[in-house]
Design a protein around this ligand. Structure first.
Ligand code: SF4
Length: 369
């Protein structure tokens, strides 16, 4: 029990729209019931989003290559260049995926890949330009480790690399690879991926370039609860800086999911987090990240029922239909649905569904006009 803190004082603070501190978030982790967390998270959720509506996006995860030389211990997706099942997608394959996506009313790709040293800077520019300009696809693309790789091979520096990608057609950046932004842990789970400062430097450069990004957290990989809170605090501080610039660059949303250890070096060596822990974590994220407009439910990793429940623990967005997913599914279970099913999931949870784009603006479905 932390001296001088109580649920009542934290409740009053949240109700008064005062920011909670790190020790208060820790107190909630230790002491609040699920019901109390749901109530507090819903207050902050409704301050940031329409209380009656929940959004979703139709896109697909496209992994343009699985060749990667970073070798994160938790990754079951990457391959060496000489592996029989290694690949780099061809433009024709990407075009076919774009056609399929648009046929069902989809708007974008979550485009990520491994750090493949055979790919040139021109490859990335052409990839983004082809998808955006030729295929009409919004590119929500590249995790910080990929951007760092590009900046290394082009010598332009992070900000100019991001500006060039933006000029070529990059729409926004996913926050992949954040895991837990604490170096003690990163050194243990992904020693070749760079520290927290490296990940944050790319996000800062993206915000400076006027790009929107998302914040993520993969938890349940031996981090402590204070380290989880430290991660949230780092993101909140960076969002404060981004919003103060007023140049359009900032975080749009946060999402968290538990580590899945299947087919990784951690298999059978770790107790995977429970659904209850997911709900507690996402609710505390919603309460703590008071400057993030949206929180996504990770139903793709948690399953439909827990994904629906997360809508009552601070989430105002159901994320993607997940037409295609390769990374998490390499390590465990993922779930996919069609438009009708995701809308039914949202309705059954008590909300009105609406389709958004990657900037969280509404998409008008021509078939419903
Ligand atoms: S998580 Fe990303 S960077 Fe790490 S090994 Fe897998 S593909 Fe490479």
């Amino acid at each position: 029990m932390v001296i001088g803190l109580s649920l009542n004082t934290i409740f009053d603070k949240v109700a008064a729209n005062d920011r909670i501190a790190e020790n208060e978030a820790f107190f909630l982790f230790q002491n609040a019931s699920l019901l109390e967390l749901s109530k507090l998270a819903t207050i902050v959720r409704n301050r940031n989003a329409d209380s009656k509506r929940v959004s979703y996006v139709i896109d697909r995860n496209v992994n343009y290559t699985n060749i990667c030389n970073i070798h994160c211990t938790f990754c079951a997706f990457h391959r060496s260049a000489d592996a029989a099942d290694s690949y780099v997608l061809k433009l024709g394959e990407l075009e076919q995926k774009a056609i399929e996506t648009k046929e069902i009313g989809g708007t974008g790709f979550l485009l990520q890949g491994g750090v493949n040293t055979d790919l040139s800077w021109d490859y990335y520019l052409n990839l983004v330009s082809f998808l955006n300009n030729n295929c009409g696809i919004w590119v929500h693309g590249f995790s910080p480790v990929e951007i760092q790789h590009m900046a290394r091979i082009n010598g332009l520096g992070l900000e100019n690399t991001l500006k060039s990608l933006k000029d070529a057609g990059l729409g926004s950046l996913p926050g992949g690879g954040a895991e837990i932004l604490v170096d003690r842990l990163r050194q243990k789970i992904a020693p070749r991926k760079g520290g927290a400062a490296d990940w944050l430097e790319v996000m800062e450069a993206a915000h400076l370039a006027g790009l929107r990004t998302t914040g993520t957290m993969m938890y349940g990989i031996t981090e402590t609860i204070p380290e989880r809170i430290e991660h949230l605090c780092i993101l909140r501080n960076q969002q404060d800086r981004a919003l103060s610039r007023k140049n359009g660059g900032c975080y749009t949303a946060f999402t968290a999911w538990p580590f899945q250890s299947g087919n990784t070096a951690w298999n059978a060596k770790i107790n995977e987090p429970t659904d209850v822990e997911y709900l507690r974590t996402i609710a505390i994220a919603r309460i703590f990240l008071d400057n993030f407009p949206h929180i996504q439910s990770s139903w793709v990793t948690m399953g439909r029922k827990t994904g629906q429940m997360a809508l009552h623990y601070g989430c105002d967005d159901m994320g993607s239909l997940m037409i295609e997913e390769n990374v998490v599914s390499s390590a465990g279970t993922t779930h996919k649905v069609n438009r009708e099913e995701i809308e039914r999931m949202i309705s059954q949870a008590g909300f009105e569904p609406w389709q958004r784009n990657n900037l969280y603006n509404p998409i008008i479905d021509a078939s419903k006009r």
